[in-house]
Design a binder for this molecule. Structure first.
Ligand SMILES: [Zn+2]
Length: 292
């Protein structure tokens, strides 16, 4: 069969951790591993452009009943002739004539062929831990924006709660882990030119941390529902994390998976650390949830 020319249908935004699927294409890579493309999948792939949430742990169950581990799961793109994985994708999402697909990487691909009926099975415990970690990351960034609001000396772009969007303007990388996240913010010249004051920040870190924790305790105590709004069910259709905080509906563009309620996060805690990276101050926020 030729390479599919439409985006993979993704079931993970709704929380699915298993689904029946049809194998559309199997490609063998130069290193001997195989890439399996399916019509639909509940396995969350890592995105090369913004790799915050990693791949799910999952396997493919064949019609013969064998469970084949998915050793990696990445976003790929195809023009119908070739398949490009992760960082090798040469075009942007939505480019005409290209399909964006979920590439399920297997150690060798033996036992899977085009047209096969298979089942995707995702490790639900690991997924739950990543979903809690990802939701914790979003609320912590909103709480941090609020705690840093008085450091802005100029009008800056604001987040969904009306605070200057420190997170959106300074984020360098975000790594979602099990029940937590690590976010790195660069306090570079451009951020300071936009009005963010860094003076005496180190001395205030403990106070800021307490403020963030207090906001998070209030939000998780209120236990608001979390949902994922979608423009469609394809891999590249826009998706948004949606939650109501302090009586305000907040939407953040996000391709990941999430807890269904802030109550699932239990008690939340952040650690802030200020370091120097070649002359640029870098603020690191480590967020941990204690899910019940
Ligand atoms: Zn996100």
């Amino acid at each position: 069969m030729t390479l599919p020319m439409h985006d993979t249908v993704v079931a993970y935004p709704s929380g699915a951790t298993s689904n029946p699927a049809t194998v559309l294409h199997v490609t063998r890579l130069a290193d001997g591993r195989a890439v399996v493309l399916l019509d639909t999948t509940s396995c969350h792939p890592v995105d090369a452009g913004w790799p915050d949430q990693g791949a799910d742990r999952a396997s493919l169950r064949t019609a013969a009943g064998a469970d084949i581990p998915i050793v990696d799961c990445v976003v790929a793109a195809t023009d119908g002739r070739s398949l490009y994985l992760g960082a090798d994708i040469p075009v942007r999402k939505g480019e005409d004539g290209w399909a964006f697909v979920v590439a399920h990487v297997l150690a060798d691909g033996a036992g899977v062929a085009d047209g096969d009926a298979v089942e995707v099975l995702v490790d639900a415990d690991y997924r739950r831990a990543l979903s809690v970690g990802h939701t914790a990351c979003h609320v912590a960034s909103l709480a941090l924006n609020r705690a840093l609001a008085d450091r802005w000396t100029k009008q800056a772009r604001v987040d969904g709660l009306g605070s200057p969007d420190f997170d959106g303007l300074a984020i360098e990388s975000s790594i979602i882990g099990e029940n937590g996240s690590v976010d790195r913010f660069r306090l570079n010249k451009s951020l300071r030119r936009k009005g963010f004051a860094t003076d005496a920040l180190a001395d205030e870190l403990a106070r800021i941390q307490e403020t963030v924790d207090a906001t998070l305790a209030r939000w998780s105590g209120a236990g608001a529902q979390v949902s994922i709004d979608r423009d469609g069910d394809g891999l590249t259709d826009r998706r948004y994390w949606a939650c109501e905080l302090d009586d305000t509906a907040v939407r953040i563009p996000c391709g990941g998976t999430h807890a269904r309620s802030l109550a699932e996060l239990g008690s939340l805690h952040v650690e802030l650390e200020l370091a120097d990276a070649d002359g640029t101050p870098v603020l690191t926020m480590t967020t941990s949830a204690s899910p019940r």
